[in-house]
Write a protein that binds this ligand. Structure first.
Ligand code: DX5
Ligand code: ZN
Length: 222
Protein backbone atom coordinates (compact mmCIF):
# COMPACT_ATOMS: atom_id res chain seq x y z
CA UNK A 1 0.00 0.00 0.00
CA UNK A 2 1.16 3.50 -0.76
CA UNK A 3 1.93 5.37 2.43
CA UNK A 4 0.17 8.54 3.54
CA UNK A 5 1.67 11.83 4.74
CA UNK A 6 0.05 13.89 7.49
CA UNK A 7 1.67 17.27 8.23
CA UNK A 8 1.17 18.29 11.86
CA UNK A 9 -0.20 21.81 12.23
CA UNK A 10 1.32 21.98 15.71
CA UNK A 11 4.39 23.30 13.88
CA UNK A 12 2.41 25.73 11.69
CA UNK A 13 2.36 29.50 12.20
CA UNK A 14 -0.79 29.93 14.30
CA UNK A 15 -1.04 33.57 13.28
CA UNK A 16 -1.18 32.39 9.67
CA UNK A 17 -3.05 29.15 10.07
CA UNK A 18 -5.27 29.69 7.04
CA UNK A 19 -2.20 30.25 4.84
CA UNK A 20 -0.51 27.11 6.18
CA UNK A 21 -3.65 25.02 5.69
CA UNK A 22 -3.94 26.25 2.14
CA UNK A 23 -0.32 25.20 1.59
CA UNK A 24 -1.32 21.69 2.80
CA UNK A 25 -4.38 21.75 0.49
CA UNK A 26 -2.14 22.44 -2.49
CA UNK A 27 0.52 19.89 -1.47
CA UNK A 28 0.72 16.12 -1.86
CA UNK A 29 -0.26 15.62 1.79
CA UNK A 30 -3.05 13.14 2.44
CA UNK A 31 -4.30 14.28 5.86
CA UNK A 32 -3.94 17.19 8.27
CA UNK A 33 -2.62 15.97 11.64
CA UNK A 34 -4.18 17.88 14.54
CA UNK A 35 -2.50 17.55 17.98
CA UNK A 36 -4.74 18.28 20.96
CA UNK A 37 -2.93 18.52 24.33
CA UNK A 38 -4.52 19.10 27.72
CA UNK A 39 -1.63 19.96 30.05
CA UNK A 40 -2.51 16.87 32.15
CA UNK A 41 -1.68 13.81 30.06
CA UNK A 42 1.20 15.76 28.54
CA UNK A 43 3.09 18.75 29.95
CA UNK A 44 1.83 21.15 27.30
CA UNK A 45 -1.42 22.72 26.09
CA UNK A 46 -2.01 23.16 22.37
CA UNK A 47 -5.55 24.11 21.32
CA UNK A 48 -9.15 22.96 21.54
CA UNK A 49 -12.44 22.82 19.63
CA UNK A 50 -12.57 26.37 18.22
CA UNK A 51 -9.19 25.95 16.56
CA UNK A 52 -10.06 22.50 15.20
CA UNK A 53 -13.26 23.98 13.75
CA UNK A 54 -11.30 26.83 12.19
CA UNK A 55 -8.88 24.35 10.62
CA UNK A 56 -11.77 22.30 9.29
CA UNK A 57 -13.26 25.39 7.68
CA UNK A 58 -10.31 25.66 5.29
CA UNK A 59 -8.83 22.15 5.14
CA UNK A 60 -9.65 20.14 2.03
CA UNK A 61 -8.03 17.01 3.45
CA UNK A 62 -9.29 14.82 6.28
CA UNK A 63 -8.46 15.90 9.84
CA UNK A 64 -6.47 13.27 11.70
CA UNK A 65 -7.08 14.26 15.32
CA UNK A 66 -4.55 12.99 17.87
CA UNK A 67 -5.91 13.41 21.39
CA UNK A 68 -3.19 13.74 24.03
CA UNK A 69 -5.78 14.24 26.75
CA UNK A 70 -7.09 12.32 29.75
CA UNK A 71 -10.68 11.07 29.72
CA UNK A 72 -11.11 11.46 25.96
CA UNK A 73 -14.53 9.74 26.11
CA UNK A 74 -16.09 13.00 27.31
CA UNK A 75 -15.03 14.86 24.17
CA UNK A 76 -15.32 12.41 21.28
CA UNK A 77 -18.56 13.89 19.97
CA UNK A 78 -17.17 17.42 20.23
CA UNK A 79 -14.20 16.45 18.09
CA UNK A 80 -16.43 14.70 15.58
CA UNK A 81 -18.57 17.85 15.42
CA UNK A 82 -15.46 19.99 15.08
CA UNK A 83 -14.61 18.08 11.91
CA UNK A 84 -12.47 15.06 12.81
CA UNK A 85 -12.33 12.30 10.19
CA UNK A 86 -10.20 10.15 12.44
CA UNK A 87 -9.77 10.23 16.21
CA UNK A 88 -6.79 8.65 17.93
CA UNK A 89 -6.77 8.17 21.69
CA UNK A 90 -3.87 7.12 23.90
CA UNK A 91 -3.76 3.58 25.28
CA UNK A 92 -2.37 4.95 28.54
CA UNK A 93 -5.55 6.92 29.41
CA UNK A 94 -8.29 4.51 28.31
CA UNK A 95 -9.30 1.95 30.97
CA UNK A 96 -12.22 0.85 28.77
CA UNK A 97 -10.47 1.03 25.45
CA UNK A 98 -12.83 -1.33 23.61
CA UNK A 99 -15.79 0.89 24.53
CA UNK A 100 -13.91 4.03 23.50
CA UNK A 101 -13.04 2.52 20.12
CA UNK A 102 -16.64 1.45 19.50
CA UNK A 103 -17.80 4.97 20.37
CA UNK A 104 -15.39 6.55 17.87
CA UNK A 105 -16.62 4.16 15.18
CA UNK A 106 -20.28 4.84 16.01
CA UNK A 107 -19.55 8.49 15.39
CA UNK A 108 -18.42 7.53 11.90
CA UNK A 109 -14.75 8.31 12.50
CA UNK A 110 -11.64 6.24 11.86
CA UNK A 111 -10.57 4.85 15.24
CA UNK A 112 -6.92 4.93 16.28
CA UNK A 113 -4.91 4.04 19.37
CA UNK A 114 -1.59 5.68 20.17
CA UNK A 115 1.22 4.10 22.17
CA UNK A 116 3.78 6.12 24.09
CA UNK A 117 7.41 5.10 23.60
CA UNK A 118 7.38 2.97 26.78
CA UNK A 119 4.10 1.17 26.06
CA UNK A 120 4.62 -2.33 24.65
CA UNK A 121 3.01 -3.22 21.33
CA UNK A 122 2.03 -6.63 22.75
CA UNK A 123 -0.69 -4.89 24.82
CA UNK A 124 -2.64 -4.41 21.59
CA UNK A 125 -3.12 -8.11 20.89
CA UNK A 126 -6.72 -8.27 22.11
CA UNK A 127 -7.89 -4.97 20.64
CA UNK A 128 -6.04 -4.79 17.33
CA UNK A 129 -8.85 -6.49 15.42
CA UNK A 130 -11.09 -3.50 16.26
CA UNK A 131 -8.67 -0.77 15.24
CA UNK A 132 -8.48 1.24 12.03
CA UNK A 133 -5.07 2.60 12.98
CA UNK A 134 -2.26 2.32 15.53
CA UNK A 135 -0.11 5.39 16.17
CA UNK A 136 3.41 4.64 17.35
CA UNK A 137 4.88 7.64 19.17
CA UNK A 138 8.51 8.06 18.19
CA UNK A 139 9.00 10.85 20.76
CA UNK A 140 7.37 11.42 24.13
CA UNK A 141 4.13 13.24 23.39
CA UNK A 142 3.79 16.90 24.25
CA UNK A 143 6.09 18.85 21.97
CA UNK A 144 7.11 19.14 18.36
CA UNK A 145 10.73 19.21 17.29
CA UNK A 146 12.03 16.45 19.58
CA UNK A 147 14.68 13.85 18.81
CA UNK A 148 13.43 10.64 17.19
CA UNK A 149 13.69 7.54 19.42
CA UNK A 150 15.48 4.70 17.60
CA UNK A 151 13.53 1.87 19.28
CA UNK A 152 10.59 2.96 17.11
CA UNK A 153 11.78 0.76 14.24
CA UNK A 154 11.44 -2.35 16.39
CA UNK A 155 8.00 -1.27 17.57
CA UNK A 156 6.84 -0.69 14.00
CA UNK A 157 8.03 -4.17 13.03
CA UNK A 158 6.21 -5.65 16.05
CA UNK A 159 2.97 -3.87 15.26
CA UNK A 160 3.26 -4.79 11.59
CA UNK A 161 3.61 -8.46 12.60
CA UNK A 162 0.50 -8.23 14.83
CA UNK A 163 -1.36 -6.45 12.07
CA UNK A 164 -0.49 -9.13 9.50
CA UNK A 165 -1.85 -11.75 11.86
CA UNK A 166 -5.05 -10.06 13.07
CA UNK A 167 -5.88 -6.99 10.96
CA UNK A 168 -3.94 -6.57 7.70
CA UNK A 169 -5.94 -3.51 6.60
CA UNK A 170 -5.04 -1.50 9.69
CA UNK A 171 -2.98 1.65 9.21
CA UNK A 172 0.25 2.16 11.17
CA UNK A 173 1.11 5.79 11.84
CA UNK A 174 4.41 7.07 13.19
CA UNK A 175 4.59 10.44 14.93
CA UNK A 176 7.55 12.44 16.20
CA UNK A 177 10.88 13.38 14.67
CA UNK A 178 9.95 12.09 11.23
CA UNK A 179 12.03 13.67 8.47
CA UNK A 180 13.63 13.08 5.10
CA UNK A 181 16.43 11.03 6.70
CA UNK A 182 14.31 8.37 8.39
CA UNK A 183 11.23 8.24 6.13
CA UNK A 184 12.32 5.30 3.97
CA UNK A 185 13.46 3.25 6.95
CA UNK A 186 10.16 3.93 8.74
CA UNK A 187 8.15 2.82 5.72
CA UNK A 188 10.31 -0.29 5.40
CA UNK A 189 9.69 -1.07 9.08
CA UNK A 190 5.93 -0.98 8.50
CA UNK A 191 4.73 2.62 8.77
CA UNK A 192 1.85 3.48 6.45
CA UNK A 193 1.23 7.05 7.68
CA UNK A 194 4.06 9.54 8.31
CA UNK A 195 3.26 12.50 10.59
CA UNK A 196 5.68 15.39 10.26
CA UNK A 197 5.66 18.76 12.02
CA UNK A 198 8.98 20.53 12.18
CA UNK A 199 10.56 18.81 9.21
CA UNK A 200 7.76 20.26 7.08
CA UNK A 201 7.11 23.68 8.56
CA UNK A 202 10.77 24.55 9.26
CA UNK A 203 11.76 23.62 5.72
CA UNK A 204 12.51 26.45 3.29
CA UNK A 205 9.80 25.00 1.04
CA UNK A 206 7.21 23.13 3.17
CA UNK A 207 5.32 21.88 0.13
CA UNK A 208 8.51 20.36 -1.29
CA UNK A 209 9.25 18.75 2.09
CA UNK A 210 5.79 17.12 1.99
CA UNK A 211 6.38 15.97 -1.60
CA UNK A 212 9.68 14.41 -0.54
CA UNK A 213 8.05 12.51 2.35
CA UNK A 214 5.41 11.29 -0.09
CA UNK A 215 8.01 10.08 -2.58
CA UNK A 216 11.25 9.60 -0.64
CA UNK A 217 14.16 8.99 -2.98
CA UNK A 218 15.65 5.56 -2.81
CA UNK A 219 12.20 4.19 -2.09
CA UNK A 220 10.25 2.21 -4.60
CA UNK A 221 7.15 3.17 -2.63
CA UNK A 222 5.32 6.26 -3.64
C1 DX5 B 1 3.96 15.34 19.57
C2 DX5 B 1 2.88 15.38 18.53
C3 DX5 B 1 3.40 15.35 17.16
C4 DX5 B 1 4.23 16.54 16.80
C5 DX5 B 1 5.27 16.06 15.82
O1 DX5 B 1 3.42 15.20 20.82
O2 DX5 B 1 2.01 14.29 18.67
O3 DX5 B 1 2.37 15.17 16.20
O4 DX5 B 1 3.49 17.58 16.21
O5 DX5 B 1 6.17 17.07 15.61
P1 DX5 B 1 7.62 16.81 14.97
O6 DX5 B 1 7.39 16.20 13.65
O7 DX5 B 1 8.19 18.17 14.93
O8 DX5 B 1 8.36 15.89 15.92
ZN1 ZN C 1 0.56 13.88 16.95
Amino acid sequence: MNHLVAPSILAADFANLQRDIEMINQSSADWVHVDVMDGVFVPNISFGFPVVKAVKKYAQKPLDVHLMIVEPDHYLENFKDAGAAGITVHYEVCPNLHRTIQHIKELGCRAGVALNPHTPVALLEDIIIDLDMVLIMSVNPGFGGQKFIGNTYKKLKDVKALSRRYNPEMLIEVDGGVDEHNAVKLIDAGASVLVAGNSVFSAPDPSAAIAYLKHPSGSSRS
